[in-house]
Design a protein around this ligand. Structure first.
Ligand code: GLN
Length: 232
């Protein structure tokens, strides 16, 4: 049984990233893999034995509460140490970094990616398209963040911006997100896995440690293609 943990959706649910768990469970089913979603509230202890963990985007205050809850026992770090897959979107990406500045106060993050986030000069909002070396086709999504994120030396970005802002708002050619092993951080909402099914399948493969049976979901493919064509 593949276990997918959706962390603190009551705090990290502002941008609809909860759908990433649903897409993973649905596509796992299409590939013949039994999967279940576990919702973990910020008052719960995060299990360390699941296969895939998901963090979503949030407003600043909710983001700080989620981080404080996770710092109590560092269970997510333990799960990642054991090889679990983690997808962290926007606020989630910021809080798993080394540090981020929230209302003029620097907070240490979970340290799962060597990235730092500070407030930018403007809010970065709109459609985004990136090219990641992990996939043939560009990925699309939307972004809405005030923070700008810089990568530590040697940290691999998730992708390069084709359209939109990404980590720093420096436009086409600049970076989005970061990756380290099975930890993926990105600014793409959408939910990103609904808009980019190839990314969902990669996460499933990372979680089970082998290739999955190819999935033919024509509607998902058509949707991804439509969003790619519309984000140019
Ligand atoms: N509150 C953070 C910011 O504005 C994250 C926003 C988000 O998750 N979309 O940068």
């Amino acid at each position: 049984m593949l276990e997918i943990v959706r962390i603190h959706n009551e705090l990290l649910g502002t941008y609809g990233d909860r759908g990433n768990a649903d897409v993973l469970a649905f596509r796992a089913g299409l590939a013949g893999i039994k999967a279940r979603i576990r919702d973990i509230a910020y008052t719960d202890v995060i299990p360390t034995t699941a296969d895939i963990y998901l963090l979503g985007g949030a407003e600043d205050a909710a983001q700080a509460l989620s981080l404080a809850a996770m710092k109590k026992n560092m269970a997510l770090n333990k799960a990642v140490d054991k090889g679990a897959v983690l997808l962290a979107i926007c606020a989630g990406f910021q809080i798993i970094g080394t540090s981020y500045v929230n209302r003029d106060e620097e907070q240490s993050g979970l340290g799962l990616l060597d990235v730092r986030t500070v407030p930018g000069h403007r809010r970065l909002v709109g459609d985004i398209s990136i090219k990641s070396d992990l996939f043939e086709q560009p990925l699309t999504g939307f972004e809405n963040h005030g923070g700008v994120t810089t990568l530590g030396e040697g940290v691999a970005p998730f992708g390069r911006v084709l359209v939109g802002n990404g980590n720093t708002g420096d436009g086409a050619g600049s970076l989005d997100g970061a990756i380290n092993g099975n930890v993926f951080g990105t600014y793409l909402h959408g939910p990103v896995l609904a808009r980019n099914p190839q990314f969902a399948d990669l996460l499933l493969e990372r979680a089970i440690g082998s290739e999955i049976t190819p999935i033919h979901d024509e509607l998902a493919e058509r949707y991804a293609q439509w969003r790619r064509a519309a984000t140019k």
